[in-house]
Write a protein that binds this ligand. Structure first.
Ligand code: CMC
Length: 431
């Protein structure tokens, strides 16, 4: 058997460099190009970073060709079936499942940080009611740094953990307040007797006027969504969180930037766009087939939202779980949703159509998630906020990992400059 190579050789003209190979535990191989520019005077060019490993990580593994997603080794299907969101958060933070004692202590800690400072409530009223809740959440999470400015240099790990717990605990409160602000209802305080997802629904939908008991079916469905969104290795928002954190900006500032990155329609904002697309078909703007024709036409500017993925060239395992969950939830609540029928029709057309088949475009996590959010009565512009809530443990664990990694440096890509070469300044009258 040939020996496994440990280096790669790159030849440029008559010069050669031997670069080390780095291997991941699941077989990924990377060429370590760190010496490339210093020794050969060249850099790599990879717009969109499709071939660039920006870090070594132990948090999440995904194999896009085979449609595999695992958090610290545990298959997403098993976690979806057996775990719950706070346990998954701990798993992502420590890359180990907690013991009963660890989990109880963690849940207790999160519960007792759910309230936000009373002064922060006034922040919401200064923002327009019609403002998008993702903008409100990004601003509010950024503003949290003003309440927790002090950094204990003698124990930064403890300080980072406190920030992690505060973020995880306060994000449902912030999310719900952004919704309550938009509808002009009073903010509901968190209830520490409720588990995490139930408390989030309580703060969204309870009012001071009458008793509200979160529906256990809805709580379970929300918890499932949060688990499925919890991490997805070096996606756009997580890379943003790492990049902002690489300048030694604090965790709140880094996560606020991550929320903004997630908002875009090519990333987490796709869940809102999917449901808007399904509604437009339902309302007769165009048929499913007409929409598919537009999505295939590069000049139309239309994409089939919730389809395609940078990394998956197979069915996104999260979409598989969510499709099943949609059917189960609607059956259990006894409600029909015509949008699910339209989504199924679009998927059936796409999976038969050579355009989508050749490009290996399959449903991603956002294709079916909106139908579940709708069944939970979550307003459309809050869908991406709940995605952000789910993604928090991923952002935090990747931020913490970045700060533990001795190889970490400030993130600063290079460029290939293709503009004007040196020229002399011209006075305005000579231009
Ligand atoms: N509809 C129509 N064509 C598509 C789509 C789509 N949804 N996605 C990709 N393509 C085409 C694309 O035009 C390209 O065609 P060609 O090779 O002829 O130029 C080919 O498929 C490869 O796509 P790509 O643009 O190289 O893919 P990418 O890795 O740059 O982009 C993506 C990935 C997710 C941004 C893209 O698939 C997309 O825009 N999907 C719709 C938005 C969406 O659902 N986003 C959520 C992603 S999953 C959750 C998350 O990350 O938050």
């Amino acid at each position: 058997m040939p020996a496994t190579p440990s280096t790669a050789k790159l030849t440029i003209g008559d010069r050669e460099i031997e670069l080390p190979l780095i291997r991941g535990t699941e077989g990924e191989v990377a060429i370590d190009v760190r010496r490339l520019r210093a020794e050969m005077g060249v850099i790599t060019y990879d717009p969109g970073f499709g071939n660039t490993g920006s870090c070594l990580s132990k948090v999440t593994f995904l194999n896009g060709e085979e449609g595999v997603l695992r958090y610290a080794g545990y298959p997403i299907e098993q976690l979806a079936e057996n775990s719950h969101f706070l346990e998954v958060a701990w798993l992502l933070f420590y890359q180990e499942l907690p013991t009963a004692k660890q989990l109880a202590a963690f849940e207790h800690e999160v519960k007792y940080h759910t309230m936000v400072h009373e002064d922060l409530k006034r922040f919401f009223s200064s923002l327009p009611k019609a403002g998008h809740p993702m903008a409100i959440c990004a601003a509010t999470v950024g503003a949290l740094s003003t309440f927790y400015e002090e950094v204990k240099y003698d124990d930064p790990a403890e300080e980072r953990w406190a920030a992690a717990v505060r973020l995880l605990a306060k994000m449902p409160t912030i999310a719900a307040y952004s919704y309550k602000h938009s509808v002009g209802q009073p903010f509901m305080y968190p209830r520490n007797d409720l588990p995490y997802s139930a408390n989030a629904l309580h703060m969204m939908f309870a009012t001071p006027c009458e008793q509200y008991t979160p529906d256990p079916v809805a709580v379970k469905a929300l918890d499932l969504l949060l688990i499925l969104h919890a991490d997805h290795e070096q996606n756009c928002s997580t890379s943003t969180v790492r990049t902002v954190g690489s300048s030694l900006a604090n965790m709140f500032a880094s996560v606020s930037a991550g929320i903004s990155a997630l908002w875009g329609p090519l990333h987490g904002g796709a869940n809102q766009k999917v449901i808007e697309m399904l509604i437009s078909i339902h309302d007769g703007e165009r048929t499913a087939r007409e929409f598919m024709d537009l999505a295939k036409d590069k000049n139309s500017g239309v994409r089939l939202m919730g389809f395609g993925h940078r990394v998956y060239r197979n069915y996104d395992p999260r979409a598989k779980i969510l499709k099943k969950a949609c059917h189960e939830l609607l059956a259990r609540t006894g409600t029909a949703n015509p949008l699910l029928e339209i989504a199924l029709e679009l998927e059936a057309i796409a999976l038969q159509d050579s355009y989508f088949v050749e490009r290996k475009l399959y449903p991603n996590v956002d294709f079916y998630s909106g139908i579940i959010y709708q069944a939970l009565n979550i307003p459309i512009d809050m869908f991406t906020v709940f995605f952000a809530l789910g993604r928090l443990p991923g952002w935090i664990s990747q931020w913490l990992e970045f700060h533990r990694d001795p190889d970490s440096r400030i993130n600063r890509p290079r460029q290939v400059y293709q503009g004007h070469t040196m020229r002399d300044y011209k006075p305005i009258e000579a231009r």
